[in-house]
Design a protein around this ligand. Structure first.
Ligand code: TYD
Length: 136
């Protein structure tokens, strides 16, 4: 899969003096039904997350609080996306290597995922990911 498919999704934002509201419907604002939600928080300064690719899993990654960078790699190209808005999500397709870094203090990274947790779905070794790309 090409990183050109990994784009920013502008989510609905209901602005209100009492506080803003954003909502996400699986299959509507994102191209998959949501089967799992997880979030990263209390990330210590300088720590990196990710460092893997998924065979089938699609995700939407949102900085619901604070900011961080997502480095995407499809085996041909790399790009770094800075996320710092609660109403913008980064769609990450299957077969994309991702690294999450440069977390601000109190950052919360919300992830909507198309499948349940399956360790078999991971490539945790970059060389293995690259060789799998060559064989598809
Ligand atoms: P991992 O996906 O490697 O974290 P990240 O990409 O955010 O750095 O997951 C870290 C650990 O948490 C790993 O042992 C698997 C476990 N885990 C679950 O049990 N369920 C989940 O939904 C996720 C995302 C991880």
């Amino acid at each position: 899969m090409s990183i050109s498919k990994c784009t920013i999704v502008d989510l609905p934002k209901i602005a209100d003096p009492r506080g803003n509201l954003t909502f996400i419907e699986g299959g509507n604002h994102i191209p998959f039904p949501i089967q799992r939600v997880y979030y990263l928080y209390d990330v210590p300064g300088g720590a990196d997350r990710g460092g893997h690719a998924h065979k089938k899993l699609q995700q939407l990654i949102i900085a619901v609080s604070g900011s961080f960078d997502v480095v995407l790699d499809d085996g041909h190209e790399r790009k770094k996306v800075h996320l710092n808005r609660s109403y913008k999500g980064l769609y990450v397709s299957e077969m994309i290597w991702r690294e999450l870094e440069n977390f601000s203090s109190a950052a919360v990274c919300l992830v909507l995922a198309s499948r349940p947790y399956e360790e078999d779905d991971y490539y945790r070794n970059y060389a293995e990911f690259i060789s799998a790309l060559g064989s598809t």
